[in-house]
Design a protein around this ligand. Structure first.
Ligand code: ATP
Ligand code: MG
Length: 384
């Protein structure tokens, strides 16, 4: 439904004036241009959560802003269903203004309207449509309250938007982008201001919400665990180019090149199968024992999954494991490396070698037996 073809966006470099004293001609010269988006093509299917993933500066935001109409690319084409949003160098010249593109957007710097209450922020996009097609007051109220509930903002409906925390403002921006149920929604790191726990739960909410409403979305993140957990498909970007497009499992199991392998590989991955639920937890059988995970999605028993945990998401101590706590492993330190503000340890747990990041005061010698613990909230589920 969204088609991007051979998109190129070049930013001119800084202007550097060569002075006459230095033998220059006094004219201003442009330094090296930046090919922020360098011949990018991809297609997003209806109802997909398509993610652009890559390190800082690789061109994710520029690609998204081009789709939104906030950047004017140098060449290429952007189409949504049968509408041409942008075309240059393909025999036609189209640059549709942002407000005609009918897209929902949440950007890195979430812009909420500070002079409005929370309710009015969300209701506004529904209120500005022409009278003929506008919903009734009651319907608008219903839709706004439903979405505020999903975003856990019901109690704050009458509060001034500026009197929210960063995370609450981010959820407000999400609610506002989704309330009109646009056919395509663009999300640029919409969860970046949330703490780990809230991010985890909102991730699943977002996915459920997107599925229920049948919204197609393009999601931008530099966080590979988030991308793996959330996406239908991922495009891994580097220096303005797409390195690989594939389903999360393909990207993880069959990286197309070393860059993709290394970029995806900075977390610990443990494969297993879904077992029963225990209250708020899902139990997962792995070859490193049974683990508890906090997820709201229900997975059939036996479904293959991959659990991801970041090096800093595991805590470590040189005591013997209690043997009674959940999510506890015993292991042995193999190597360690000092990183200044932290110390990375490679710890062998059965067949696995896990990377564990400890505060700089904690440095445990190779050969030492250790106990590792993982908070269920730090385990992300990547469905098979
Ligand atoms: N307005 C601009 N003028 C000049 N260069 C720009 C401009 N906007 C972005 N760039 C450059 O284009 C490249 C891509 O930037 P972009 O913002 O798309 O990266 P990103 O992948 O979103 O990174 P991040 O994860 O840090 O948000 C970078 O090298 C950036 O410095
Ligand atoms: Mg960006």
């Amino acid at each position: 439904m969204l088609v991007i073809e051979n998109l190129v966006k070049i930013f001119e470099g800084e202007k550097a004036r060569r002075s006459r004293q230095d033998g220059g001609d006094g004219e201003s010269r442009k330094t090296k241009e930046i090919r922020a988006v360098d011949d990018v093509s991809f297609e997003v299917k209806e109802r997909e959560m398509f993610t652009l993933l890559g390190p800082s500066g690789c061109g994710k935001t520029t690609t998204l802003r081009s789709i939104a109409g906030l950047e004017r690319p140098d060449s290429g084409e952007i189409r949504v269903s049968d509408r041409v949003l942008f075309s240059m160098g393909k025999g036609r010249k189209v640059h549709m203004p942002t407000n005609q593109r009918q897209l929902g957007m949440v950007f890195q710097s979430y812009a909420i309207w500070p002079h409005m209450k929370v309710f009015d922020n969300v209701a506004f996009p529904l209120q500005v449509v022409p009278r003929k097609s506008r919903a009734s007051k009651e319907v608008i109220r219903e839709r706004v309250m439903a979405i505020l509930e999903t975003m856990e903002l019901t109690e704050m409906a009458t509060r001034q938007a500026t009197k929210l925390s960063g995370g609450q403002q981010q959820r407000l921006a999400l609610a506002r982008a989704m309330v009109t149920e646009p056919e395509l929604i663009l999300l640029d790191e919409p969860l970046s201001n949330l703490d780990a726990k809230l991010r985890e739960s909102l991730r699943f909410e977002l996915k459920r919400f997107q599925r229920e409403l049948g919204i197609t979305s393009v999601y931008v993140t530099h966080d590979q665990v988030e991308a793996l957990a959330l996406s239908s498909r991922i495009a891994v970007m580097k220096d303005g180019k797409i390195m690989q497009v594939g389903r999360p499992r393909d990207i993880y199991e069959k990286p197309a090149n070393q860059f993709v392998a290394e970029f995806i590989g900075t977390s610990n991955f443990i494969s297993g199968t879904a077992s029963n639920r225990e209250g708020e937890f899902l139990l997962v059988d792995t070859d490193a024992g049974q683990l508890r995970v906090t997820v709201e999605t229900s997975l059939p028993v036996g479904a293959p999954i991959i659990l991801a945990v970041r090096p800093e998401g595991i805590s470590m101590s040189a005591e013997a494991p209690t043997g009674t706590e959940p999510n506890e492993w015993s292991g042995e330190v193999i190597t360690r490396s000092f990183l200044g503000d932290s110390v990375d340890h490679i710890v062998r747990v059965g067949e696995h070698e896990l990377r564990v990041r400890a505060p700089s005061a904690v440095s445990i010698a190779p050969g030492t037996a250790v106990a590792l613990r993982v908070d269920p909230a730090n385990l992300s589920v990547i469905p098979g």
